[in-house]
Design a protein. Structure first.
Length: 154
């Protein structure tokens, strides 16, 4: 029976001086992938520090109707045309393509960012009880595995 249960989150990596916050991701992406950053701003609007601190939830909270209206506004259909339905369909396809492209680019950027993160500082290690412990790790890095030798449940 386990005596200790550890939930490991991003604070663990930050303690080990790994720049792994979403704010760090934003800064890295601004420098290394400004086109993707511009797409985020175009699609989601003004993405301030609060937006980035809740990045995962913000991605899911896109007002797709507002975004679709903006696309349709840029390419208004001719309501008198017999091809009006096709124009609306074209706007819907444009929304889907822009979102798929953005999410694909974000996944690639996120992967590249994680790959370049610094290694954890050994001098920042904390005492962890290994015997009779269970670890649940929510981090993207392998600090717990590589520095402490723990095999964690993800």
């Amino acid at each position: 029976m386990a005596k200790h249960l550890y939930f490991i989150g991003n604070g663990f990596d930050l303690h080990h001086e790994i720049n792994s916050s979403y704010g760090h991701f934003r800064d890295w992406m601004s420098e290394n992938n400004p086109d993707v950053m511009n797409s985020v701003e175009e699609i989601y609007g003004d993405c301030d520090n609060d937006w980035w601190s809740d990045f995962e939830n913000q991605l899911a909270s896109l007002d797709a109707i507002r975004f679709g209206e903006e696309i349709a506004w840029e390419n208004p259909p001719d309501l008198m045309s017999e091809h009006c339905d096709r124009t609306w369909n074209d706007a819907e396809i444009e929304v889907e393509q822009q979102l798929e492209s953005l999410y694909s680019d974000l996944r690639a950027c996120f992967h590249d960012w994680i790959e370049q993160l610094d290694m954890p500082l050994v001098e920042k290690m904390v005492r962890i009880e290994m015997q009779d412990s269970i670890f649940i790790n929510f981090n993207y890095t392998k600090t717990l595995e590589n520095l402490y030798g723990v095999i964690a449940v993800r």
